[in-house]
Design a protein around this ligand. Structure first.
Ligand SMILES: Cc1cc2nc3c(=O)[nH]c(=O)nc-3n(C[C@H](O)[C@H](O)[C@H](O)COP(=O)(O)OP(=O)(O)OC[C@H]3O[C@@H](n4cnc5c(N)ncnc54)[C@H](O)[C@@H]3O)c2cc1C
Length: 412
């Protein structure tokens, strides 16, 4: 069996490693002309790190990422709503990582090249269409540089891991249109900055209508560390305005974000200074898509953001793509027929990821901040009198259970 994968993001690359580990040949076709370290910070949860650890990637992640120790939820004014240990500090057998998205992608990419060979990733190849028959699927990739001949390839299955604007998804759902947007704009950036707190912890201040996210994404070098930040603010009415262009690499001027950033307070952090020191600020609409009734059509299926793009809440975007990859590779290795494998994968993963998409829309675990801010908009003296510890725990712990990372099995 040969597996054709469209997209060399975290989902597609991990799928390739998982297939290779099970003796299943595969080739990745990536639209970008080269795989560059694009993006800023991302978190990967223990249940997904367990899968990367099983692929032998922990040493590579330790070189470039941070093992997350603690997560604190704050009100916009900086009052603590909830704090919890994360990863191994919380008893998991593997860490949570806070990491630069591009460096995570590169770590997985390098492993693919190392194990599958340099020909395993064909760059500058954009999925344009496919046909399938009883014996296999034929996929056509155009030359992304335009002008070249493109490439037509035959395999047993096609995995569309081609992101939120998936060409594969568009074939099956031609009338779906643009991603769904509720008026929230995200500004993201990272700057070298004096180590904050213990250099391993993250903070999220504010809820759905406006929040500030802060965490380090690289090991400290001396007294400084690459510090990632995100400001999310609902600034537009989606009924009357169109979202800004959803290009992950689009930069915005400081003046767009600074007034919003100044609305937040995180103890011990000079937010305005950090934002001002950031060399490149990226603007992106917070968007997702409705869960689909099905991902699999014969020998073709969807994976990662192509299947279930979600709000970047609760650290699940990359994590769920990695879990998809493990499940799909297991199914391909175990099933009698490729079509049965794709169905088994969908049956396992579609309902779980649909739950995460829906829960993230209403704030995910960060709902706990919304709940407290609603009850005590001017702040509080005693958080337990605003919302009991049990009630706060139910919101945060309920999300962890739903997203599948409240318990982690040993890496296998
Ligand atoms: C450039 C970029 C920057 C990002 N930055 C951040 C960030 O800073 N923070 C964050 O939380 N999330 C970020 N994300 C999203 C995050 O990576 C995903 O939510 C998550 O990792 C799931 O990954 P995925 O592999 O399913 O999709 P993606 O990471 O979107 O990867 C999809 C891949 O498919 C390729 N592709 C697209 N169309 C085609 C096609 N027709 N044919 C072949 N290949 C195609 C894309 O170039 C990309 O490499 C970014 C995504 C991208 C693409």
């Amino acid at each position: 069996m040969t597996v054709i994968i469209a997209g060399a993001g975290i989902g597609g690359l991990t799928t390739a490693l998982m297939c290779h580990a099970r003796g299943i040949p595969c080739v990745i076709y990536e639209a970008a002309r080269e795989v560059r370290e694009v993006g800023v910070g991302i978190n990967v949860l223990p249940h997904a790190i367990r899968e990367l650890a099983g692929l032998g990637l922990l040493p590579a992640l330790d070189k470039v990422g941070v093992r997350t120790r603690k997560l604190t939820y704050l009100t916009r004014q900086g009052q603590e709503v909830w704090s919890e240990l994360r990863g191994m500090h919380a008893g998991h057998e593997v860490p949570q990582f806070s990491i630069h998205r591009g460096r995570l992608q590169k770590a997985i990419h390098d492993a693919v090249i190392d194990r599958l060979g340099p020909g395993a990733i064909r760059t500058g190849r954009r999925l344009a269409g496919f046909v399938q028959d009883e014996a296999g699927v034929t996929a056509h990739f155009t030359d992304a540089a335009e002008g070249g001949a493109g490439e037509t390839v035959r395999g047993e299955v096609l995995i569309c891991a081609d992101g939120i604007h998936s060409a594969g998804r568009r074939v099956f759902y031609p009338n779906e249109g643009a991603p769904s947007w509720q008026g929230v704009v995200m500004w993201r950036g990272a700057a070298e900055w004096p180590v904050w707190e213990d250099g391993e912890s993250m903070a999220i201040g504010g809820g759905l209508g406006g929040k500030f996210v802060l965490y380090p994404i690289a090991p400290a070098t001396g007294k400084t560390q690459l510090m990632n930040w995100v400001v999310n603010v609902r600034i537009k009415d989606p009924a009357v305005s169109t979202p800004p262009p959803d290009n992950w690499s689009r930069q915005a001027p400081l003046a767009n974000v600074l007034p919003h950033a100044l609305r937040f307070h995180v103890p011990g952090m000079d937010i305005a200074g950090l934002v001002r020191a950031t060399p490149a600020i990226y603007e992106y609409p917070m968007a997702d898509r409705d869960p689909l009734p099905r991902w699999t059509f014969g020998r073709v299926t969807l994976l990662g953001d192509a299947a279930h793009p979600m709000y970047p809440v609760g650290s699940n975007g990359a994590s769920q793509a990695i879990l998809d990859a493990r499940c799909l590779a297991d199914a391909l290795a175990g099933a009698e027929h490729p079509r049965a494998a794709l169905w088994a994968y969908e049956k396992e993963r579609l309902p779980k990821t649909a739950d995460v998409v829906r829960t993230n829309r209403v704030g995910g675990p960060e709902r706990v901040i919304d709940a407290v801010e609603k009850l005590a908009p001017a702040g509080f003296r005693d958080i337990d009198k605003v919302l009991s510890h049990e009630d706060r725990k139910a919101i945060v712990g309920g999300y962890a259970a739903m997203a599948g990372f409240s318990q982690v099995r040993r890496a296998s």
